[in-house]
Design a protein around this ligand. Structure first.
Ligand SMILES: *[C@@H]1O[C@H](CO)[C@@H](O)[C@H](O)[C@H]1NC(C)=O
Ligand SMILES: *[C@@H]1O[C@H](CO)[C@@H](O)[C@H](O)[C@H]1NC(C)=O
Length: 141
């Protein structure tokens, strides 16, 4: 892209974000908007148990928790929704199911089961920079 196209692109992307931000949740409408947003944030792992969505999962399940702010903002409607996650360092990609909220996560961060984290990097890495976005509601791996 030339500098000017990049500038125009950035300008409209900014406007689009500014317009998208205050949209209230109406029957999951925000969830559909949310689907198009790619988040860049921190990826960590935890030992799953009974999640906020009401399901009990274990370390071998490919599941994740999204930030509590985002979870609450969407009134839990992301439960069961799949997420595509990319480790920005090595390009590895994985899919996990949203089953919980994460207190210490911002809306860009996710907390993953050990099995899911391992698809992106060894557990010993501890923390990753990830790019992720919601798949549509009907998507299954
Ligand atoms: C999580 O647990 C629920 C029931 O507790 C189960 O139905 C579901 O398949 C599990 N999710 C995954 C991704 O394994
Ligand atoms: C969801 O994604 C699948 C596969 O990408 C596509 O075939 C389907 O039409 C999409 N459904 C909706 C409701 O967007």
């Amino acid at each position: 892209m030339t500098r000017i196209t990049l500038f125009i692109f950035a300008f409209f992307a900014y406007i689009a974000l500014a317009l998208a931000a205050p949209v209230p949740v109406v029957d999951g409408e925000l969830v559909e908007l949310e689907r198009r947003i790619t988040h860049t944030g921190r990826g960590t792992w935890f030992y799953p148990g009974l999640g906020n969505c009401g399901w009990t999962n274990n370390s071998n399940d490919l599941i994740l928790a999204i930030g509590k702010g985002l979870y609450d903002q969407n009134k839990g409607s992301n439960c069961g929704q799949y997420v595509e996650i990319i480790n920005t360092k090595n390009g590895k990609k994985a899919y996990g199911k949203t089953v919980d909220s994460c207190q210490s996560c911002t809306k860009n961060d996710i907390d993953m089961s050990p099995a899911l984290f391992k698809k992106l990097s060894p557990l010993s890495t501890g923390q990753l920079t990830v790019q992720w976005h919601f798949m549509n509601k009907s998507w299954k791996p």
